[in-house]
Design a protein around this ligand. Structure first.
Ligand SMILES: Nc1ncnc2c1ncn2[C@@H]1O[C@H](COP(=O)(O)OP(=O)(O)OP(=O)(O)O)[C@@H](O)[C@H]1O
Ligand SMILES: [Mg+2]
Length: 271
C-alpha cells in the first residue's frame, strides 16, 4: 500500500475534492483499492463520500486515537454509490467527526501504526489533511510516504507551500518520517482565461526545476462541484474534460511514485 498525504496550509485549495477524485480515478480507471483517511475535523471527505450513509457511521478516526487497538473493520466504511442500488466501490474511508481536533496526544504514530495493520488490504491510502496543524495532521505527515500539494494560482498558495516545506524539513531534522517525499505542487481550479494561471504555471515549473511540480492540472469546472453535491467522485458522476484532468494527474502521480520505487529497488531497499 502506498500512502499519500494531501496537504497545504492554505485552506480551500482543493485538498478534499482532489483526494476523493484521485481515489475515484484509481478505483474506476486503474482498478485499485483505496483507503481514505479523513484527518480534518471539518469532515468534508466524510460528508462527500458517506453523504447517503452518514447515519451508518458509528466509529471514526477519533476512535482510533482513543483506542489504537480498535479493530480496523469497525472504523473502515465502504463508499457506496446510491443510484446504482448502493453499489460498492473500491473506495473505503475512515471517517472524521466534528470536534475531533479537540483531542491532543504526543503520539505521532497512531495513524501509521493503524495503517500497518491494513496495508495488505489496499493498494493506496490517501490522507486528506486539514489546513491547520493538529495532532491529526502531524500523525498524517508521519504516516505518509508521499506528499502532494494542491495549490491555486495566487500568492497565498505559494506562501502555503513554503510553510509546508519548512514544516516537513523541521520534522525530518527532528528525526520524524525522514523518508517522506514531497512529490510536488499541482494547480487546481485553473481557468486558462486568467493571465495569472500562466504566470503561476511558469513560476512553479521554474521554482521546482521540473521536479516538484506536476505539469498536469485540474481545471475549474462546475462538474467538480456537482459531483461533490451528489456525493460521487467525478468518475462515478460524469465523463468530462475535468475527469480527464484527474486521469492525467493520477497518471503523473503514479509515474512519480514509480520512479521513487525504482530508485529504492536499485538501492536494494525493496524487492
Ligand atoms: N477543480 C475545481 N473546480 C471547481 N470547484 C472546485 C474545484 N476544486 C475544488 N472546488 C471547490 O472549491 C471548494 C474548496 O474545495 P475543497 O473543500 O476540496 O478544498 P480544501 O483545500 O479541502 O479546503 P479546506 O482547507 O477547508 O479543507 C469546494 O467548494 C469545492 O467544490
Ligand atoms: Mg478539505
Amino acid at each position: 500500500m502506498k500512502t499519500i498525504a494531501i496537504y497545504n496550509r492554505k485552506g480551500g485549495v482543493g485538498k478534499t475534492v482532489s483526494c476523493v477524485n484521485i481515489a475515484g480515478c484509481l478505483d474506476k480507471v486503474r482498478g485499485k483499492k483505496v483507503l481514505i483517511i479523513d484527518t480534518d475535523a471539518q469532515a468534508n471527505a466524510t460528508s462527500y463520500l458517506m453523504l447517503h450513509d452518514i447515519d451508518k457511521v458509528r466509529y471514526s478516526l477519533l476512535d482510533i486515537f482513543s483506542n489504537p487497538d480498535i479493530s480496523p473493520d469497525r472504523v473502515i466504511y465502504n463508499a457506496k454509490m446510491p443510484d446504482k442500488k448502493n453499489a460498492d466501490t473500491k473506495i473505503y474511508i475512515v471517517p472524521a467527526v466534528r470536534d475531533m481536533d479537540k483531542i491532543s496526544t504526543e503520539n505521532m504514530y497512531i495513524i501509521r501504526d493503524f495503517l500497518s495493520k491494513v496495508a495488505d488490504q489496499f493498494d493506496f491510502c490517501l490522507i486528506d489533511c486539514s489546513p491547520s496543524v493538529t495532532c491529526m495532521t502531524i500523525n498524517a505527515l508521519c504516516a505518509a510516504e508521499y506528499l502532494i500539494i494542491p495549490a491555486m494560482a495566487g500568492r497565498d498558495s505559494v506562501t502555503g507551500y513554503g510553510i509546508v516545506v519548512q514544516e516537513i524539513d523541521s520534522m525530518k531534522q527532528n528525526g520524524f518520517n525522514v523518508n517522506l517525499k514531497i512529490l510536488g505542487v499541482f494547480l487546481n481550479r485553473v481557468d486558462k482565461r486568467r493571465a495569472l494561471e500562466e504566470y503561476y504555471r511558469t513560476f512553479w515549473k521554474e521554482k521546482g526545476n521540473g521536479r516538484s511540480f506536476f505539469t498536469s492540472f485540474i481545471r475549474d469546472a462546475s462538474d467538480v462541484v456537482n459531483a461533490q453535491e451528489f456525493g460521487k467522485p467525478i468518475h462515478y458522476y460524469k465523463k468530462s474534460a475535468v475527469s480527464g484532468d484527474y486521469e492525467n494527474l493520477t497518471g503523473e502521480l503514479l509515474a512519480k511514485i514509480g520512479s521513487y520505487e525504482n530508485k529504492k529497488r536499485v538501492k536494494g531497499l525493496i524487492n
